[in-house]
Design a protein around this ligand. Structure first.
Ligand SMILES: [Zn+2]
Ligand SMILES: [Zn+2]
Length: 397
């Protein structure tokens, strides 16, 4: 026994690992159904701290293995390839472990906090990266600040603290980073064979914040009874923003016309007569008749007579006239679907009995609906009944 080390001094590291495994076996064999669930919170905290401590020890030993080329005896060319081979790490994970074990040598406060279990590997990784980017400017005081922050916040908020620190220590570098991020912006909008659009992109901090703010504003707080997921609401908000831009008429003209969504549809299709042609939406595949009926509910119509051989084009007119829309807005004051409070500017005028089926453009046959509820009525088969005092009943399919 080495003096002054107590009983621990007797154990080789192999024996320590055996004992740790025995202790873990004991935890794993505990029947948790008989343990109060509230006490699991303390377990989580304890196990996360132990995970951090184990990670610190792993990095400390990795550094010795790396600097002493302990891996060479096995025939591995680098410590990274040894980690991939023997510990089944991905290339990225192996590189990260090695890089951090090397950088920790110069970051004693960070190493100590990880070894004490107070901060996680993710925090250490961010601090190490900041230290490497800031070079000589990263002094012990900067390390102390980041370690203290790491003990209190999650890694994402640590990233914000690091940005602030970089801004103090190296303002030009922060501008350089932002310019790099700006250069990497892109947006792909591509259409698949079945007509669906896929969107993939990346924005810099400012562009992303502008988009996020606009999306959040259009999404608003979730309404009672709104069953959509967060990502479905976000997708609807993106379409709504584009639609309002088109409806607002402020966009530049394309081919001498204000940009708008054009649908080509036979009257027979709008009437859902058997054997009629599918409607066609610009940019898209054929669309269902019910979607064409919804779009036609509140649209500008350009009639084309005489078939494809000698077409004659009639004058364009709006289904809902300006005065009629103003009356509807004054009367309904927004989407009338039960529980919805979308303002008039975000609504369509829906025909209880469609004009293609002979429904009139009169107030008792018209009601304002937001786009989501308009879709619910047409495509998802909800029925609406409008009473004499304009009370609206929505009946699910
Ligand atoms: Zn409609
Ligand atoms: Zn609505």
């Amino acid at each position: 026994m080495r003096s002054g080390t107590g009983e621990r001094g007797n154990w080789t590291s192999q024996e320590v690992y055996e004992r740790i495994n025995l202790l873990l076996d004991q935890l794993a064999s505990e029947d948790l159904t008989s343990v109060p669930a509230e006490s699991m919170g303390d377990d989580q905290i304890a196990l996360h701290r132990i995970t951090n401590r184990v990670q610190a020890e792993s990095l400390r030993r990795l550094h010795r293995f790396d600097s002493g080329e302990g891996y060479a005896a096995s025939g591995a060319r680098t410590v990274k390839s040894w980690l991939r081979w023997q510990c089944n790490l991905s290339d990225g994970a192996a590189s990260e472990q090695v890089a951090i074990s090397r950088r920790l040598v110069a970051l004693p406060q960070t190493e100590q906090a990880l070894a004490g279990g107070d901060i996680s590997f993710r925090h250490v990784s961010l601090i190490a990266q900041a230290a490497s980017e800031l070079g000589d400017k990263f002094e012990p005081l900067a390390e102390k600040i980041l370690v203290d922050v790491s003990k209190e916040v999650d890694p994402r908020r640590l990233t914000v603290a690091i940005q602030h620190l970089k801004h103090c220590l190296e303002p030009d570098g922060v501008l350089g980073d932002a310019n790099e991020a700006h250069k990497r912006r892109f947006l792909h909008v591509s259409q698949t064979f079945d007509g669906i659009f896929r969107i993939d992109g990346q924005l810099d901090a400012e562009g992303g914040a502008v988009l996020r703010t606009a999306l959040d504003s259009v999404m608003g707080p979730r309404q009672d009874g709104d069953e959509r997921t967060a990502s479905e609401r976000c997708a609807d908000a993106a379409v709504e923003i584009a639609r309002r831009q088109l409806d607002g008429g402020q966009l530049p003209e394309v081919g001498g016309q204000k940009p708008h969504l054009a649908v080509s549809v036979d009257l027979a299709t709008l009437r859902k007569e058997p054997g009629s042609m599918a409607a066609e939406l610009e940019w898209s595949q054929p669309i269902p008749a019910e979607t064409a009926r919804r779009l036609a509910c509140d649209a500008a119509i350009t009639p084309i007579f005489g078939g494809t051989s000698s077409p004659q084009i009639g004058p364009t007119s709006r289904v809902i006239s300006g005065p009629m829309r103003r009356s509807l807005k004054a009367l309904d004051k927004g989407c009338r679907f039960p529980g919805c409070d979308y303002p008039p500017a975000w609504t369509d005028a829906h025909h209880i009995k469609h004009w293609a089926d002979g429904g009139p453009q009169t107030l008792p046959n018209l009601v304002l609906l937001c786009r989501r509820h308009h879709r619910l009525v047409h495509e998802e088969g909800w029925k609406l009944e409008l009473g004499e005092r304009r009370e609206l009943v929505a009946i699910p399919p």
